[in-house]
Ligand binder design. Structure first.
Ligand SMILES: [Zn+2]
Length: 414
């Protein structure tokens, strides 16, 4: 069993370093401050005895825990990201430690009356009696994904301190800028050299994910013609109404607020413009690749129909694929999911396997040649002031990493 205080201390030392990423920046990492934690991690990896510790010009960190057996075992990897979301402040994170949580309201901030309550956040109830780490109500916590970083670090340290646990080569990868969708972009899969990996970037204990959305972005521009409304008969073309007509032709129930599990949707989230030019922006999501393609086609079809009805110039449409469902890449190597599932079962953790209604770095990595399911890191209510993490969940995640290494080693014994 890992030392609880050690986990708390390590986690606290990471979350109190501000590593917010910035989508408007073009550099990698997107913010200079991410180096503060990156450099610290490099030092710690070296100090604990990890080999081949490297950090490149974009702050991607890699390290190896060398095998301690003689037989051939596939190299596996564990990946986490050290940036936090641009959506919420990560400056001056002031963690509160709630020992032996009594199952009631947690006052995060007395002066501002900010309360983390199980009446609203029902997941809290399952952690009665555990140690919770919360914010002080003014920032996010950063368990996404510094819980993941903490867990990988602690697991590597544990394996180094316990050579009696047999394992193959294990690669560790820490990335910047996951929260702005670029975590995998400059990840050198070849250099990483693992046969498969796991991102430690899920939420509640037990989560194991290998399905995510197929995703595309859509921009549609409508061109109108402005004429004095009093004299506009047969002359005016109103781009605002064209956009409205376009949106009205989409299936009204296939939107985020009416769909769940594997149901896909169209989500137009921005409209701006006037009579002369109106632009709408949206996203298309679906777990099923065929449905995904059909959705893109429907959007194109609606545009074509409107062109026919009016004329060719009134609409221009741009659809660009963003990422794909990793299931396609994971299914042919499904033992990598089974190993994680087996690890959880051996640790009496009920695996919660469900499709992600979003994407992960793992989906991009999977398409870059590194099949990469996602495992829980333990936190809840990411990207806001109500974020919290039970320390016991982090400890379990550490044990899962260790167990995966162990199972992989014995699986390839013969
Ligand atoms: Zn994350």
């Amino acid at each position: 069993m890992t030392n609880k205080q050690q986990v708390i201390d390590r986690f606290t030392s990471y979350i109190t370093i501000d590593t917010q990423s910035d989508p408007k920046s073009e550099t990698t990492p997107s913010t200079k401050k991410q180096w503060d934690l990156a450099n610290k991690l490099v030092e710690e990896l070296k100090d604990m005895g990890m080999q081949d510790v490297s950090i490149d010009e974009n702050a991607y960190i890699m390290a190896t825990l060398p095998t301690n057996v003689n037989h051939e075992i596939p190299t596996i990897g564990f990946v986490a990201h050290f940036d936090t979301t641009p959506d919420y402040s990560g400056t001056n994170v002031n963690p509160q430690i709630i020992n032996d949580y009594d199952g009631g309201d947690i006052v995060l901030n007395k002066t501002e009356n900010i309360v983390l309550s199980p009446d609203y956040f029902e997941d809290l109830k399952q952690y009665k009696g555990q140690t919770l780490i919360t914010t002080d109500g003014t920032t996010l916590l950063g368990a996404d994904d510094k819980a993941g970083i903490t867990e990988i670090m602690e697991a590597m340290k544990y394996l180094i301190d316990h050579p009696e646990i047999k394992h193959g080569n294990i690669r560790v990868g820490f990335t910047p800028d996951e929260e702005i969708g670029r975590g995998a972009h400059k990840f050198d899969v070849k250099k990483f050299g693992a046969e498969w990996a796991y991102t430690m970037d899920g939420s509640q204990i037990g989560e194991l994910e290998y399905e995510n959305f197929n995703a595309a972005g859509v921009i549609v521009k409508f061109k109108g013609k402005s004429v004095h409304p009093g004299y506009a008969k047969n002359k005016m073309v109103n781009a605002v109404l064209l956009a409205n007509e376009f949106l009205s032709l989409l299936p009204p129930r296939e939107v985020p607020q009416h769909t769940s599990e594997r149901e896909g949707f169209f989500h137009f989230y921005s409209i701006k413009g006037d009579i002369e030019l109106t632009e709408i922006e949206g996203i298309i999501r679906d777990h099923d690749r065929n449905n995904f393609e059909a959705r893109k086609q429907l959007v194109n079809q609606i545009a074509d129909d409107l062109k026919q009805k009016y004329n060719d110039d009134i609409i221009s449409i741009e659809i660009s694929d963003q990422y794909y469902n990793m299931r396609e890449k994971v299914e042919p190597v499904f033992h990598i999911v089974e190993i994680a599932e087996e690890a959880m079962k051996q640790l009496n953790i009920e695996p919660i396997i469900k499709p992600i209604r979003g994407g992960t770095d793992g989906s991009q990595l999977s398409y870059m040649g590194l099949p990469c399911p996602n495992i829980f890191a333990g936190g809840h209510n990411f990207h806001g002031r109500y974020e919290y993490v039970p320390v016991e969940s982090m400890q379990k995640a550490i044990e899962v990493i260790i167990k995966i290494a162990e199972i992989t080693a014995t699986k390839y014994l013969n």
